[in-house]
Design a protein around this ligand. Sequence first.
Ligand code: DX5
Ligand code: ZN
Length: 214
Amino acid sequence: MKVSPSILTCDFAHAADELCYVENSGADMVHLDVMDGVFVPNLSFGPPVLACMRPHTGLCFDVHLMMQYPDRLLEDFAKAGADSINIHLESSAPIAKTLTRIRELGKKPAITIKPKTTAEEVFPYLDMVDMVLVMTVEPGFGGQSFMADMLPKIAALRAEINRRGLNVEIQVDGGVNENTAKLVAEAGADIAVIGSALFNSPDPKALVDKVHAL
Ligand code: DX5
Ligand code: ZN
């Protein structure tokens, strides 16, 4: 499995160093959690902060928009250096139109679902996205416990993607660590988003190596 570190729990006063830490771990991309204080009860950062971080790593920026109206800032995130843009199915954006717009901006469209949203609700959008992100915690905060009851949802998505012969990657986000990564790999996920487990790890490279081997 690929590893996409979520920098939500990093030291933002030293973001450039933290991106260096991510690169040195051997991770494949960077997961950036944008929170608007409306869709989730927390605030993080927006396009200007993303633009400041952009020159400090060559890794792809995968932007997870936990926003009620993600369609309002797509151009800004694209300009700030996003490579892929994840919007929530539960947001107020016109989903198909927003995914098309992300593609028109030259970025990879992706769709994210919260724990209470079923796999079947994403099926109509599967041929419009490059990735589906399955949340395994309620979005809003890092460091929460993995919800194992999301595993059948990952398996259902994998089965449908394979059945239709689509080239869509499944990402899993929330409470992923060395042990839970094994479970999501077995369920059919391609990308593990890992936040606190990576930043608290005494040996981040060993952790990434282990997840790569799954
Ligand atoms: C939760 C975020 C996640 C999360 C990952 O709202 O979308 O990306 O912070 O962090 P850990 O791995 O600590 O759950
Ligand atoms: Zn996230």
